[in-house]
Design a protein around this ligand. Structure first.
Ligand code: PLP
Length: 459
């Protein structure tokens, strides 16, 4: 049946069923699909994406969600609880990210639906806050997340792409310095970046931003809720938060290492004025006076409640405890890589490490690891693969399995080094294909992949 998911078991809905299906039947279909899919990551062999992976914690968050799942937090007069949740999530995140160091400004925040959305709001805020005669631009390290380029595309802000040092994978500061112009509204640094888990020189970027009176966004989407605890635990991590002069916004994803449900992120502002410049108002609409703090209209009260519930339940000690295990696991997995002289770790990684090989295509290693159930993320220029270590990797036995499977994968790559690898680099996906294909052809395949993800079911 054309490979449409679960068609054999549950048929296909092409129209609304005339008579509704019994709740029991619907719930049993849902539970069976969920049970079939969870083992993919429960093994601890899947990079990133399932940051918590603890079913008890998920049950708790789902219960918290259920009390407010039907509430629209835009209608605040009906749900003062949402103000408590939102304000406290922001306050706790600001505190975690060093906002107590900000004595001359009024720190503030915005809760968004995810990292890309936090980044988009930051780009919009900088554009609105620093009016320029022509098109505004920002300087983005090549390693920074695509969400910056997407936001630039949406809001008409150019991204000047700064190269990174191939050894450290950190942004080239001289390039940044030389390319700030009259239209530059902000600089960008990652803590850490998605590809390598490395951290840009935030203090130096902050000094440049101050010198030119422009903003500095630190992308802590990934690191925001784990790096502060890594520092507390004594890992060598340079300051990257509001303790660094010049940092004006930080994005930190509650739906990653914040261990909340999918669908929330926090955008922190050193100063309220920057946030408020992207507030939206329509005061003369016939439907009433309208305003919204960000791009969303209606927002789920349930997600606010669940995010708040995750944070206050875990507390600093809970986050620190998980960070300790994650950092230790990442170190152990990196040690296994260093056992192999043919492998090379990129830069100075943290909870996320990336490695390549100068002797063979690293995607051969990936090909083999896949056969053992590992789901790594792929990179290019140079080809590399990474693992964002999450709680599932900290389960007993995973590091040991990694060492064994990696050794076998290296042996496989060495003997197959003259063959083409099957896997390749697509963010968030696993589709392969040789990287020499033309840009247009690659986009054609990518469009096809996206089309299929929401294609109307076949007849
Ligand atoms: C995940 C991630 C983002 C984007 O976040 P989404 O929640 O996927 O929209 C941005 N930056 C970094 C470093 C990330 O890891």
């Amino acid at each position: 049946m054309s490979g449409f998911p679960y068609a054999e078991q549950f048929g296909i809905n092409r129209t609304l069923p005339e008579e509704g299906v019994d709740k029991d039947v619907v719930l049993s279909m849902l539970s069976s699909m969920s049970l079939a899919e969870d083992p993919v990551w429960e093994s601890g062999q899947c990079s990133g994406t399932m940051y918590c992976g603890d079913h008890d914690h998920y049950d708790y968050l789902n219960l918290a969600f259920s009390y407010f799942s039907y509430v629209n937090s835009l209608q605040r007069d009906m749900c003062p609880s949402a103000t408590k949740f939102e304000a406290e999530i922001i306050a706790m995140t600001l505190d975690l990210l060093g906002a107590r160091n900000l004595t001359d400004t009024t720190p503030a925040g915005l809760i968004t639906s995810g990292g890309s959305n936090s980044i988009a709001h930051a780009v919009l805020a900088y554009r609105e806050h620093h009016p320029t005669a022509g098109r505004a631009n920002m300087i983005k390290p090549e390693t920074a997340h695509p969400a910056f380029s997407k936001a630039g595309h949406l809001f008409g802000v150019d991204m000047k792409i700064a190269p990174v040092d191939p050894d450290t994978t950190q942004v080239d500061l001289e390039w940044v310095k030389a390319n700030i112009d009259a239209h530059t509204v902000a600089l960008i640094g990652s803590a850490g970046n998605y590809g390598y888990g490395t951290i840009d020189p935030i203090s130096e970027l902050g000094a440049l931003a101050l010198e030119h009176d422009i903003g500095l966004h630190v992308d802590g989407c990934l690191g925001g809720f784990i790096l502060p605890f890594g520092r507390e635990l004594g890992y060598e991590i340079e300051p990257f938060d509001f303790s660094v002069p010049g940092v004006t916004t930080i994005s930190a994803d509650t739906h990653k290492y914040g261990y909340a449900l999918k669908g929330t992120s926090v955008l922190c502002f050193a100063d309220k004025a920057l946030r408020n410049d992207q507030y939206f108002y329509l005061t003369d609409w016939s439907g009433g006076k309208y305003c919204s703090p960000g791009m969303d209209g209606s927002r789920s009260g349930g997600l606010l409640a669940a995010t708040w519930a995750a944070m206050v339940h875990l507390g600093r000690s809970g986050y620190r405890h998980y960070a300790e295990k994650i950092f230790a696991t990442s170190s152990a997995m990196q040690a296994a890589i260093r056992e192999h002289p043919s492998l090379r770790i990129m830069g100075k990684p943290t909870f996320l490490f990336s490695f390549t090989s100068d002797e063979f295509d690293i995607y051969l290693v990936n090909d083999f690891l896949r056969t053992r159930g590992w789901r790594m993320n792929g990179q290019q220029y140079p080809n590399a693969i990474h693992m964002a270590v999450t709680r599932p990797q900290t389960l007993p036995g995973v590091v040991e399995r990694w060492s064994v499977d990696l050794a076998d994968a290296v042996a496989y790559a060495a003997t197959h080094k003259d063959e083409a690898a099957k896997s390749g680099a697509i963010y968030g996906g696993v589709a392969g294909g040789p990287s020499e294909e033309s840009d247009a052809l690659i986009k054609f395949f990518m469009a096809d992949m996206m089309d299929k993800q929401s294609a109307v079911p076949p007849l």
